[in-house]
Design a protein around this ligand. Sequence first.
Ligand code: GTP
Ligand code: SPV
Ligand code: MN
Length: 600
Amino acid sequence: MALTKNPQLNQWIDEMAQMCQPDKIILIDGSEAQKKQLTDEACATGEVARLNQEKLPGCLYHRTAQNDVARVEHLTYICTTLKEDAGPTNNWMAPQEGYRRAAEIFRGSMKGRTMYVIPFSMGPVGSPFSKIGVELTDSIYVVLNMLIMTRAGQEVLDTLGAGGAFTKCLHGKAERDVNKRLILHFPEDNAIWSVGSGYGGNVLLGKKCLALRIASYIARQEMWLAEHMLILGIEEPSGRIDYIAAAFPSACGKTNLAMMVPPEGLKVKGYRIWTVGDDIAWMRIDTDGKLWAINPETGFFGVAPGTNSRTNPNALATTQKNTIFTNVVLNPDGTVWWEDGEGEPAAAGALDWKGNPWKPGLTDEQGKPVKGAHPNSRFTAPIEQCPSHSFRLDHHHGVNISAIVFGGRRAHLAPLVYQAFSWSHGVYMGATMASERTAAQYGKQGEVRRDPMAMLPFCGYNMADYFEHWLRMGVRMRWQPKIFHVNWFRQDEDGNFLWPGYGENLRILEWILARSRNDLQAVKTAIGFVPRLKDIDMTDLALPPGAMESLFEIDPQAWRQEMASVAEFFETFGDRLPLELWAQHEALERRLEELGDSRT
Ligand code: GTP
Ligand code: SPV
Ligand code: MN
């Protein structure tokens, strides 16, 4: 009997099954009973383990292979007919070549295994904002994660109907050998093939692969935006809620900002924070000419290390039940721990993310501390468990965006906050963003690289066309959100963060909202508007003398060096780069010469 009522889907499943040769095919219906059965099975094979069900009800533990702990950008490809359409920032492979090379690895790889069919919706089921995907996978870990991260199951198939379109997402663990690992995107076919990995961003195909790479390609054609952005709402005692969308590169603070708790000093102001999303925003211009955003996901796949009741109490509360922990420390009592986590790890009997005996203070042969949790260890948790989750999560229009914020991890150069002069200048600011590399991707940590709009690893087409698309979107809006840049990570000479970050960031968001309502004056500098220091509410926050001045320092010499690196980056796009960005670049060069860093 046919598996679904959609002939095109059935045919595709057949073809993929012929290639991968699973023993069985199981359709994921989204029911609790099936979820429990799959969990039991995965526990029996050791793919996951149940944690202490009294202390962490419904929680599971998982370890990835040791060579498979982060996204692999060097093995991630955009497969378009023309290489030009992938652009200079993406790895490219011809579609035929991609299918051929991946098929070699997929062929027969599911022998003795089950292929699960996961119908999922990114965005509320049936909303015109949403997109449907179907993921085929041989990993129960992937199924259990997708059930948290997306709306998955029978309801989605019903909505798809007999003729609906969907993104074809094929995943196989194969041997989890780095030399047989490929993450391929075929935007022209609305398809994704991922093979040889079991790590989140490579295998939860609704997330980075569909909701960013494929969606960004579709969004350009349909005139909307698919972005690597958190969305949060700030409610004032009057009841007014303003929503902010912010793009920071991986492991640069999106989850933390999205769930922030107002600091003590601002408590009297009575703000309430609403978390809409922590990683991805799909934004459209609605009939009112304003920008509206939804979070297409239903869960968080968040960085564990650094999460504690001081930095992110909402994340900690969210992860107390029904959560999957990946690559963290396993305590002997079936609880979990990670670096800069809550409380102390077990003094004895704990296992590290590799499964080796581990205790606090452990060092290797060279005397270097051994981390218990992998720096990119993660939790997968339902957004509805977050104490600050928005009441508009299932609203098919989402929320109206008042301000767009770009940010990176810069030890020097970028001030704490500054504002673009216009939409085009804001697009330039986003296009020229740079950040230090983190543990969320393979490669040399700490190295500064350009990461436009935090989309460098996630844009499914030529980024020159993507910038053009951003410029055009601005023209089409009747009401453009103001654009800002923040840097929570500026350091002093000794390498200490100058800004305390986390909840204290609300002090900067306050300024951002006031500016986006045209409520405040600001200081014009060469790079944009910066706050008058008196306009940042510092109640109960004492920074060392001179810290605020250092946080806002604009060093013309350093900026000129930055400009050279930006020009070099822009040149890689050749003629395809919108002239408007070069115009913005030249205007900034002129301002740097004329104004220097003159500030009042
Ligand atoms: P992805 O899930 O990879 O996209 O990451 P993310 O952008 O959601 O990053 P996340 O909020 O998980 O933060 C990553 C790291 O940055 C954690 O170690 C945090 O503790 C740290 N961090 C977050 N916000 C701040 C901040 O305001 N200041 C400082 N100094 N560190 C921060
Ligand atoms: C990121 O790296 O930006 C993440 C985690 O959000 S992953 O899903 O692995 O891409
Ligand atoms: Mn991310």
